[in-house]
Structure formats: C-alpha cells, structure tokens
Design a protein around this ligand. Structure first.
Ligand SMILES: [Zn+2]
Length: 130
C-alpha cells in the first residue's frame, strides 16, 4: 500500500511537471519551435512536390491526347487515301458511295457516263489500224 502511494505521487508529479510546464526550459521551447518550422517546411516541400507531380501528369496527359489526335488524323487520312478519288472528276470519294465502273471508281452517274465514254473511245482507238 505504501509503495502504491509513492507511485501515485510520482505519477502525479510527473503529470504536473509535464502539463504545467515549469520544466519547459528555453532549450526545449527552442527545439519545439524548430520542430514546428521543420514540419512547416516539410509540408511546403510536400506541397511543392505534389504540385510538380500534378503538372507533370497533366503534361503527360496532354501529350497523350495530342498523340491520339494525331493518330486519328492519320487514320482519317489513310481512309481518305484508301477510298481514292473519282476517275472522272478527281473528287475524293471518302464518305461517299462510290460507283464501280470496270475497276474505276466514280462519284456519281454523270461521272460514270464520262468514264464509260472515255473507255469506249480508248477501245475504239485501239481498234483502229495503226
Ligand atoms: Zn466524279
């Protein structure tokens, strides 16, 4: 019982010393202020790094978007080239219903007639004796 009481007193004294703070020396105060400054500096550093990372991520995302857009433009260009042009008027056939005339593509019936006529003329020329 006596030992327990002494412990109790000791605990009370420790608590009082720590909480009320007469034991808080100038050095301790200084070190706490330093800790506070370090904490703030670390927080600022973290914030700076986070901002940098976010900027970098935004840059990467923008770059990716640009590349995707370029790829899309290339894809459209390839499709356009693949679709070819009208054999009669030279108009791009991309996105239009092309009419096939003996392997030649035409954009409309007028061009089909023109191609047929020129093909017939070619055939007639070939038939002429040279
Ligand atoms: Zn045409």
């Amino acid at each position: 019982m006596e030992v327990e009481q002494r412990h109790q007193v000791l605990r009370n004294w420790d608590w009082a010393a720590a909480a009320v703070g007469p034991a808080l020396t100038e050095a301790l105060e200084k070190s706490q202020k330093q800790k506070e400054r370090d904490k703030k500096r670390r927080a600022a550093q973290r914030k700076k790094e986070q901002k940098l990372q976010e900027e970098q991520a935004a840059l990467v995302a923008a770059e990716l978007l640009k590349r995707q857009e370029q790829e899309e433009v290339c894809r459209q260009e390839a499709l356009r080239k693949q679709a070819g042009v009208c054999a009669a008027c030279g108009q791009a056939l991309w996105g239009k219903p092309a009419i096939d005339v003996l392997g030649l593509k035409c954009c409309n019936s007028v061009c089909v007639l023109r191609v047929r006529r020129s093909l017939a003329a070619e055939a007639a020329l070939k038939r002429l004796p040279s």
